[in-house]
Design a protein around this ligand. Sequence first.
Ligand code: ADP
Length: 475
Amino acid sequence: MKSIVNQALLACLCKPSDSAIEVTNPATGEVLGSIPVQSRQEIDDALERSRQAQKEWQKTTAKERAVILKRWYDLLMANQDDLGRIMTMEQGKPLAEAKGEVAYGASFIEWFAEEGKRTYGDTIPGHTGDRRLMTIKQPVGVAAAITPWNFPIAMITRKAAPALAAGCSFVGKPAHQTPLSAYAVAELAYQAGVPRDVFQLVMHKSPQEVGDAFCKSEAVRKLSFTGSTRVGRILTAQCADTVKRVSMELGGNAPFVVFDDADLDAAVAGAIASKFRNAGQTCVCANRLYVHDAIYDQFMDKFIAAVGRLRMGNGLDEGVNVGPVIDQVAKHKILGLVDHAVSQGAKIAAGGTLQDGLFVEPTVLTDVEQSMDIVQEEIFGPVAPVIRFSSDEELITKANDTIYGLAAYFYSRDINRIWKVAESLEYGMVGINEGIISTEVAPFGGVKQSGFGREGAKEGIDEYLEVKYLCFGGI
Ligand code: ADP
């Protein structure tokens, strides 16, 4: 392994102890190392240092910050292979996907390095002759973030890059399952010139304790969370006491729809990519497939054949495209949903064989009903329940029949239908004839109980800025 990242890892690892978190490889069960954790007092101290550091950081120009961020971007890309390997080892996703995530994560740093220079205010035509009005944008202050294990790098950079570009300082808590990628990325930030107190990571044995420290702190003016809707609700409520700005990227339950006029080969390719990447463990993964009666058999033949070609295994091995799931809790939940669906009449059309360790075989379920738990809940695993439908109205009702509203996908070549369906879907993001839609240049985020706020794009930096109105009188 090359130097910088290796050094970073050695620096952050410690001996196993009560005050350390052990990181394991989900593909093999091997212990990769231990990360030291902080006490509550140390976390509170980190927040105070962040508050002090932010005052200086905001005095730098956007261009000076951009130069540092651009160096951080370059370092991530120069270390893409090593970072990818670390990620595959602690998270399980296939190496090609892990390297893809490094580039995706880095892209937010590059994007916001540029966007930081364009946080324009307005001049406003005055309401009386003797006044002149304008707005300026200023950093919110200390931004805190809590991130999940499914995108160990991108979920941190998607929050930290706009925060730093806007002139905020950043304190993040990575997921316990995947801290190594996060600490490696932090080390690269320092090498790029980000002051240590401007970008900090903290860990505690109890995630709740970190959440409590972030939410109670008056220094923290913004909390950005990516994770489950359950925890998002708790943190949103906890932030009320100090009236913080909050962004929530929560769970999803994405419908993936194949209409009768779809290009079926494209739909199969999109469904495979959307459903099985990261072993189905992304909040924008297709959760449930709806296939029109008229092309059901044709689509299913092709889809089941494509699922059969997926290779499950250790993500470091050549040719593997489905890795393990993250832990036993996840595996238990996924298999429980499959068993329950089968007990209610669903049929296993592909996969479904019990696997060793943390592996779950790519599985397709047919004869699925809308009311089944596997349709109503986020599966977060490589299992595709398929439901037939026969009319657009029925489809829209079923697709929107969920508390979630993150991503939806559909395949059609009829322009009138495309507009009507795209406008009717109650989701923050819609893929039309496309199964992979995330990019730093477009706004990522949900509606309903999938959360609020947008990440990436021109909108992303506004989450870390306050608008201040200036009224010049007596003119
Ligand atoms: P997942 O089911 O994907 O692990 P979670 O919402 O449980 O999603 O976890 C996402 C992040 O939130 C992780 O970093 C986790 O440690 C953290 N977390 C979990 N529970 C809490 C909590 N009560 N307060 C603060 N952070 C939490």
